[in-house]
Design a protein around this ligand. Structure first.
Ligand code: PNS
Length: 160
């Protein structure tokens, strides 16, 4: 059974992430979307909130499971017997960081390969940070996040 992991902060999940989930799920027997901690980012949503949003968004997509983990990705992959890490790649600026992570993860777990799926054109400049910035000031985020969680994100982040 080929198990892949799609890790990220998902703070919150965007349409760009959702697109990668749907595309990656078609390539493996199981795709585990895992909310992890990125030490260089200050999260706005708790891990439980992020997991809950991802579960609502991915409900009904076959072969997708949502989980969270606060340790090393390479260790989690070992525990889950996963052979592949899936990452979405946007503009060239993502590349260096992602390449570095892929090499570090393979050093920590030699059985782990990373594959990159290119983000669709319309999502090249979409990020969770942009969603949060716009939502804080009450701007339009409907094209940025899945409809089922749009209202919750807007209400949760809007500066009152
Ligand atoms: O969505 P992000 O913030 O780009 O995701 C980055 C994330 C959470 C996947 C990365 O920070 C991560 O793997 N964190 C877990 C700890 C770890 O394994 N770090 C990598 C060592 S090179």
């Amino acid at each position: 059974m080929k198990i892949a992991i799609y890790p990220g902060s998902f703070d919150p999940v965007t349409n760009g992430h959702f697109d990668i989930i749907k595309r990656a799920a078609k390539l493996f027997d199981k795709l585990v979307v895992v909310v992890m901690v990125n030490k260089s980012k200050q999260a706005s949503f708790s891990i439980d909130e992020r997991v809950e949003m991802l579960r609502r968004v991915t409900e009904g997509i076959p072969k997708v499971e949502v989980d969270s983990y606060t340790g090393l990705l390479a260790e989690y992959a070992r525990e889950r017997h996963a052979c592949t890490v899936v990452k979405g790649l946007r503009a060239v600026s993502d590349y260096e960081y992602e390449f570095q992570m892929a090499l570090a993860n393979r050093r920590l777990n030699p059985n782990l390969e990373t594959i990159f799926l290119p983000a669709r054109g319309e999502y090249q400049f979409l990020s969770s940070s942009a969603v949060k910035e716009i939502a804080r000031y009450g701007g339009e985020i409907s094209y940025m996040v899945p409809k089922i969680i749009e209202k919750d994100i807007a209400e949760r982040l809007k500066i009152k």
